[in-house]
Ligand binder design. Sequence first.
Ligand code: PEP
Ligand code: MG
Length: 660
Amino acid sequence: MERSTIVRVHDGLHARPATRFVKLAKGFESDIEIVKADKSVSAKSSVKLMLLGVKENEEVTVRANGADAIEAIEALIGYLENPLSGTAEEDGATATERAPQAIVQSRPALSVGPVDAGVAGMKGVAASEGFAIGPAFGFFPAEIQHENRMLRPDEIAGEAARLNQAFATVQTRMDTSLAAKGLAESDRGIIAALKDIACDEELTNAATVLVNGGIDAVSAVIGATSKIAADFASMDDPYLNARADDVNAVGRQICLALLGQDDANLEAIPSGSILIAEDIGAWDLARAPLKRIAGVICGHGGATSHVAIIARAHGIPAVLGLGQIVHDLKGAKSVALDGNSGAVFADPDAATADRFREAIGKDNAEKQLLKAYRDVTPTRADGKIIEIAANLGSLEEIEAAQEAGAMGVGLFRTELLFMRHIHLPSEDLQAETYATLAKAFAPYPVIVRTLDIGGDKPISGIDFPDEENPFLGWRGIRMCLDRPDVFKPQLRALLRAAVHGNIKVMLPMVSSIDEVRATRVLIDKCIGELKAQNTPHATFDLGIMVETPAAVMVAPMLAREVAFFSIGTNDLTQYIMAADRLNPTVAKLNDVRHPAVMAAIEMTAKAAVEAGIMVGMCGEAAGRVDLIPTFIKMGLTELSMSPSSIQRAKKCVQELGAAI
Ligand code: PEP
Ligand code: MG
């Protein structure tokens, strides 16, 4: 029997709604198919269902054959007609995030081997200050090495059994991970999505058919996963395209199980290790056990890349941008790094190791002394308070900022909140996140930056065009104004959170006054909507980041439109100097102390002071004690930085005392 309906599930049957549908279907004994146009697939395979690409408002037919066919059709049609099916709201969840789909990229095995004799000192970009020495922990993707082999007929049954065993092993490992205590909801969602794929009959059947046809199990898994991944990659939906990576990641796990190899990951990093990688995603690093990482060394990245920012936020010394020579460290047993100069030593000799230990000891002693400045309120000679605030990327960093003595938040980067979710985070989740921040730091202000995606910070959930120059492209406020469906929920969430504390909002990448005005129109619309819904809300100060040369040039005019400026020296430096902030080859040019950049900062400060609005800084330069006196003299009254720099900055401003 069969019944047709129009699918009302929000966003259609991709990702979580599809896996929920399959789970429901598997609860019935009947054979069940779902039919769209002239295509029908088993309703018990989420891979097949996702590949069918059923969208909201499309017509489908559910066909069932078996003892419980009537009940099955009833339940499945009910599911398809409910817009909330497969969402967190369906579970009655409130603040919990929607389970993200696996966004794990397939990670090849790690390789840590013996010392490469002859590799001693090397130099990269000093990206997060401090010294570190410890055992090397390599995070180097490597392809699975395997040669295809045709099976003899008498080998087929054994190979099929090995294949089943490998699937079972991977499924059990994923179950074990899911059962682990303290697993973050977002990580649980990722692992659960991978497990769904590992259990999917589309994949298991395809691999088994190949083995039964005489192909060895590893080649069969590679063949089956590549085909399914290619199908996902060719779909016209970015969510489904991202499933290709998930399928490859699962295939890799199964191959490793067949080859008897382990795929180590960052979870296994021993305490005190130096993490060495060619590249590491900001999101991978953000959810790694950061407390166990003593230092970070990367082939890619620069001083203001997001890996650097996360390392600094957690006080982890880092040297980035080593380029290809990072591979020379693959064999090192221990590594020493100097995050102030960018020097790296593989297997340091006894004298070098002693020097590092001594430097670490001095650093720790300085940190102890600086603690005395935790509760200091630095002031200028005229009594004006200089706010030393924290740059944060997630709620997990609140504690470190408070411990450091942060006088509020000068920059909350909302990107990580968006990166953590495959769906854009809901307005409710955002409102709750911003309210938590506001409450944590009240009465100090919390400056939330609206979404600054693009450049080096793409996210799944927004389809970014391929751009020749993403840093000069569709990012920050440009993207947000083009996507009110993304921007308005964030603005509404901020208006709602403003009830709970001192929320201020700032716009990234502003280059013209029109962008500010267009944002105000949207804010007014949001206020109107919230009023009509009787939703509690409050207004906020609107400011901008000054990080484009254009904004500097029109700063006097912009200052009449907004409540404050915050100078983003990371981008401002790259745009003034025309030197990509991620490109180690031009790292030398990317220097905030260049007279051109300092002149831009001064022009911005002058415009703000003349207009009587607050001017602060949230780029990495804000934490530099060699520059802080100059910035304060220019008129900056707020400096926002990594929590690890706060006490030193407070000491610096306090000591300036009457001199300013
Ligand atoms: C900046 O550009 O200085 C800044 C603070 O923003 P981000 O580093 O997030 O681009
Ligand atoms: Mg910026």
